[in-house]
Design a protein around this ligand. Structure first.
Ligand code: CDP
Length: 226
C-alpha cells in the first residue's frame, strides 16, 4: 500500500511569510521544516558565472563534497563538506554567485531529488517552503498553500525585520521593488512563481503570523491522515 506523502508545500512571493509560517506549522505538527533557497534574483545578474562549468561537473562536485540536507532538531539545514552553510547561503554575496549555478536545470533536478529524499527519510512529515515546491518539487503534496499579501504589507514586514522604525517612503520604494520582482518571478522561464492548480490561496494581508499559522494547521488537520 502506498503511503500518503507527509509533506506540506508552501509557496508564494518574497516576504509573504513562507519561512516563518513553515517553521511554526512544523513545530505545531511535530514535523520538520525545510526552507528552499530562492536563487533566482541573483541569477539574472550573474548568468555568465554558471555557464563556465558544465552541469555534470557541478553535480559531480555536489556529490563529492558532499552537499547534503541534514536534520538538526526540527530543521533541515544545508551542509557542504560537513560544514553548516544555512546562514552563509542566504547572504547577498553568496546568492549572487551561487544562484547562477542553482538555476541550471540539471542542478535543480539534483537539488529537488535531495529535497524529496529528505522528506522520504523523515518519520513524521516535513513542511517545505520555496517558490516551486507545490508545482515542481512535490506536485503530489496532499496540502499545498500559496501564501500571498499585498506588496505594501510585504514591504512593511520586510522592513520591520530590521528592528527599527519603518518610514512611509521606504515602504513605497520596497513595495515597488517587490511588485517588480513578482512580475519577473511570474514570467521567468525556470520554475515561474505561480500557484499549483490545487493549491489553497491564503491571503495573509490582514492576518497576524499566528492566525496564518493556525489556518495552515487547520487545513493540515483536515487534509492529512492522522
Ligand atoms: O519566507 P518569506 O520571504 O516569504 O517571509 P518570512 O521571512 O517568513 O516573513 C517575513 C516577515 O513577515 C517575518 O518577520 C514574519 O514574522 C512577518 N509576518 C508574517 O510572516 N506574517 C504576518 N501575518 C505578519 C508578519
Amino acid at each position: 500500500m502506498s503511503r500518503v506523502l507527509a509533506v506540506i508545500a508552501i509557496d508564494g512571493p518574497a516576504a509573504s511569510g513562507k519561512s516563518s509560517t513553515g517553521a511554526l506549522v512544523a513545530r505545531r505538527l511535530g514535523w520538520a521544516h525545510l526552507a528552499a533557497l530562492d536563487a533566482e534574483e541573483g541569477r539574472r545578474r550573474t548568468a555568465k558565472d554558471g555557464e563556465r562549468w558544465s552541469a555534470q561537473r557541478i553535480v559531480a562536485l555536489a556529490e563529492d563534497l558532499p552537499v547534503r540536507l541534514v536534520l538538526v532538531g526540527d530543521t533541515f539545514r544545508p551542509e557542504v563538506a560537513g560544514v553548516d552553510v544555512e546562514e552563509a547561503i542566504r547572504t547577498d554575496r553568496v546568492t549572487r554567485h551561487v544562484s547562477a549555478v542553482a538555476a541550471i536545470p540539471e542542478v535543480r533536478t539534483w537539488v529537488n531529488a535531495r529535497q524529496r529524499a529528505a522528506v522520504a527519510s523523515h518519520p513524521t512529515g516535513v513542511v517545505v517552503d520555496g517558490r516551486d515546491i507545490g508545482t515542481v518539487v512535490f506536485p503530489d503534496a496532499p496540502l499545498k498553500v500559496f501564501l500571498t499579501a499585498t506588496p505594501d504589507e510585504r514591504a512593511r514586514r520586510r522592513l520591520s525585520q530590521r528592528g527599527r522604525a519603518v518610514l512611509a517612503d521606504e515602504v513605497q520604494r520596497e513595495s515597488q521593488a517587490l511588485a517588480a520582482r513578482d512580475e519577473a518571478d511570474a514570467s521567468r522561464p525556470v520554475a515561474p512563481l505561480k500557484p499549483a492548480p490545487d493549491a489553497v490561496l491564503l491571503d495573509s494581508t490582514t492576518l497576524t503570523l499566528e492566525q496564518q499559522v493556525e489556518q495552515v494547521v487547520e487545513l493540515a488537520r483536515r487534509r492529512l491522515p492522522h
